[in-house]
Design a protein around this ligand. Sequence first.
Ligand SMILES: *[C@@H]1O[C@H](CO)[C@@H](O)[C@H](O)[C@H]1NC(C)=O
Ligand SMILES: *[C@@H]1O[C@H](CO)[C@@H](O)[C@H](O)[C@H]1NC(C)=O
Ligand SMILES: *[C@@H]1O[C@H](CO)[C@@H](O)[C@H](O)[C@H]1NC(C)=O
Ligand SMILES: *[C@@H]1O[C@H](CO)[C@@H](O)[C@H](O)[C@H]1NC(C)=O
Length: 491
Amino acid sequence: MKSDIPYERMADVERSKVEAHLKTQKYYRCLLIVTCLTTVLLVLFVLQTLLVPTATSSSSSPGLKVHPPIRDTCTDPCRVSLVESIPVGLDFNSSVSHPSIYQTWMNLISGAQSSLDIASFYWTMTNADTGTHEPTANEGERILQELAQLSGRISVRIAVNKPDKQPQNLQLLVDSGAQVRSVNMKQLTTGVLHTKFWVVDKRHIYIGSANMDWRSLTQVKELGAVVYDCSCLANDLDKIFEAYWFLGQSKTIPSPWPSQYTTAYNKDTPMELSLNGTTSEVYLSSSPPSLCAEGRTGDLQSILSVIDDARQFVYIAVMNYLPTMEFSFPKRYWADIDTQLRRVAFERRVQVRLLISCWGSTSPIMLSFLRSLAALQNERKLDVQVKIFIVPANPSQKQIPFARVNHNKYMVTDKVAYIGTSNWSGDYFVNTAGSALVVNQTSDQSTAQTVQQQLQAVFERDWDSQYSTLLKHNSNLKDICSTLDSQQEEL
Ligand SMILES: *[C@@H]1O[C@H](CO)[C@@H](O)[C@H](O)[C@H]1NC(C)=O
Ligand SMILES: *[C@@H]1O[C@H](CO)[C@@H](O)[C@H](O)[C@H]1NC(C)=O
Ligand SMILES: *[C@@H]1O[C@H](CO)[C@@H](O)[C@H](O)[C@H]1NC(C)=O
Ligand SMILES: *[C@@H]1O[C@H](CO)[C@@H](O)[C@H](O)[C@H]1NC(C)=O
């Protein structure tokens, strides 16, 4: 009882003392944390300044230590052709047409004599793989059979994004003698291996949007390029393949990549060669930057420089276009390409056209961003337009999962052709593996057809077709994509 009052008073005093003490303690703790953080940031900053120059120099110009390989003169009689898959039922009132991807793959397989290397995202070549009963899976099934036979005769190597489980058709190829390595991009870069190309006999190459999927031959609209009798280019693409092949059995990404992955050919020093007799400058770009060996132009740098080089127009046909990191959590804004397009439209009055796809799982935010880009359009000065390309589907076609879409991934300017394998959102340039072929024939004064002209004609055919709808400020996803079955899943 007696001690109650003093105790309480003492308690008051003590409490305020303790509070004051706690306050100073809190203050010092804060100070300590701030100091620690500052130190960490400083160390990171110093490390960055030390490391970044070597990292960036490896993806652009040759560094000081590694000597770039000698740039041999290419004397190969290279021939190039655009190749396409036009989904069944799609009719263009146009004379513009190119060999089918199916026929091209068949030709490459039947001509192969010593080796076939394939970089691929996933494999679903048969009805059994997709749980369908579609007669249009025939072409894919035929290719798979031919590949199995080939695997018994010559070296067939397949790099594939690490699947959850080995699909049946890859197992068939392994059983037939093919070597398969799955690349664990998820673990290596938090991305996927999204690249799609073939290297045959280290002499011919195919590169483009088509996946190793029967639907990519008959039910999805695809575009690629094949280059025959061109060992110079094939050897360079093979270096990108060899990097995937190495990563198929590695837990880390080499940094820097050993010299055998180094290239002399990039946007600043492209390969000079003859394509169908036309003098051409060509290079292959690759993403993400961590997969680019010394000398290799990153895929984003190649896109930005192609846009920057345009003087009259930039036509882009891609399935997805988003100025965001689509698959990052939390989502991030990523506007490198978007800014470049707005810049050339504004500063140089370059005409910009985007042909984008729409299907059941198209996110409404994509249309918002596209409307924002198209909003630049005004009477005389800025010329930016967006159209949405829709591949119509009858009721039975609608049942095919992940099909009936324009899956093209290319760009054509008044100068060059860019044929790639990536969707256009940040992820594809930051952590996902993709690659592209850039063909520049501006130095040739002859009247021969160029790849640029052919690709421009493809774009204009599609842009002017009945399948394309102009995006207006008040267009909404529901109206524009109304012909689509909302049940359709994402690819
Ligand atoms: C096809 O194109 C030609 C020439 O552009 C045109 O005259 C004709 O009306 C078109 N046909 C159809 C069915 O659209
Ligand atoms: C195409 O080649 C010309 C002539 O060599 C060059 O000036 C131009 O920068 C090249 N364009 C691209 C996009 O590489
Ligand atoms: C090159 O020649 C092939 C035929 O060998 C042809 O299919 C292709 O369209 C030509 N390419 C160009 C760019 O003219
Ligand atoms: C392209 O984008 C779609 C939609 O976001 C995505 O699901 C797909 O994996 C991407 N890659 C392909 C197959 O082109």
